[in-house]
Write a protein that binds this ligand. Structure first.
Ligand code: B12
Length: 217
């Protein structure tokens, strides 16, 4: 195993083993020689994938998933300043949130960070966001893009509800809507009436730019 592999593997293991002190220490070390984006993609995201596998195989339960998420968030906080450093003028304004009934916010946070890095002004409403709060945020903040995240089969259809509410309020034409989250796909995004879907944080930032470059799309 190369030294580089050892470094990323160490961070991955610290998150899987729910050790936030270690994940912070190892991430800080890795940042001396690696770009934040590389650490995110090669260590933090694979760590959460491994945690997901452990949960599915019955090797981890909810409290352990939460602790692993904390270890991952602690490492992510260190990477954030570098990921969001952007000298370019603001590319547009994005309001982002996880739909009502759904507390999963890790992926959404990553998307926010990548969007900030791509020059967007980002306002996160957090997780478990009621439909009316999304509508109010679009009314009050006039974002160019509304991003919604969902990780549960049961909560994803709420995206459709938000889009319908925007339409009823006469706001739908004022904002592009993009959706994502592990259980989403292009087909569902089309069914819900979204303007775009992206499978990960990096492509979410690209999608946001494309949506604003092609307003008629
Ligand atoms: C961590 C986790 C939790 C943590 C969440 C902590 C937190 N603060 O987020 C806790 C322990 C709280 C939790 C709870 C539950 N969970 Co959970 N959880 C997970 C787990 C292991 C990882 C999710 C994650 O963070 N992934 C890492 C991130 C980086 O990936 P991501 O979210 O997909 O985001 C990426 C992309 O999807 C995309 N993206 C995300 N959002 C957006 C938005 C836009 C606009 C765009 C463009 C892109 C985009 O970019 C991101 C970065 O690349 C998954 C398993 C899995 N394999 O996904 C289960 C999982 C999502 N959970 C699941 C379940 C069932 C639950 C519970 C119902 C369990 C229970 N019985 O209580 C509860 C639900 C609580 C609630 N009401 O929401 C199921 C969902 C199954 C389903 N089809 O509905 C999963 C798939 C596990 C499983 N296989 O059963 N969970």
């Amino acid at each position: 195993m190369t030294i580089e592999h050892d470094e990323f593997e160490g961070i991955r293991l610290s998150i899987v083993n729910m050790d936030d002190k270690k994940s912070v220490e190892l991430t800080r070390q890795a940042m001396k020689t690696h770009a934040a984006g590389e650490i995110l993609n090669k260590a933090l995201i694979p760590a959460m994938e491994a945690v997901g596998d452990d949960y599915e195989q019955g090797r981890k339960f909810i409290p352990e998933m939460l602790l692993a998420a904390e270890a991952m968030n602690a490492a992510l906080a260190l990477l954030k300043p570098e990921l969001t450093r952007s000298d370019v003028k603001k590319a547009g304004r994005v309001v982002m949130g996880t739909v009502e009934g759904d507390v999963h916010d890790i992926g959404q946070r990553m998307v926010c960070i990548m969007l900030e890095g791509a020059g967007f002004e980002v306002h996160s409403l957090g997780a478990d966001v009621p439909t009316l709060e999304f509508v109010k945020a679009v009314k009050d903040m006039s974002p160019d893009i509304l991003g919604m995240s969902a990780l549960l089969t049961t909560t994803a259809p709420r995206m459709k509800g938000v889009i319908e509410s925007l339409r009823k309020e006469g706001l739908r034409d004022r904002v592009k809507v993009m959706v994502g989250g592990a259980i989403l796909n292009q087909k569902l995004a089309d069914e819900y009436g979204a303007d775009g879907y992206a499978p990960d944080a990096a492509s979410a930032a690209r999608l946001a730019k494309t949506l604003l470059d092609n307003p008629g799309a």
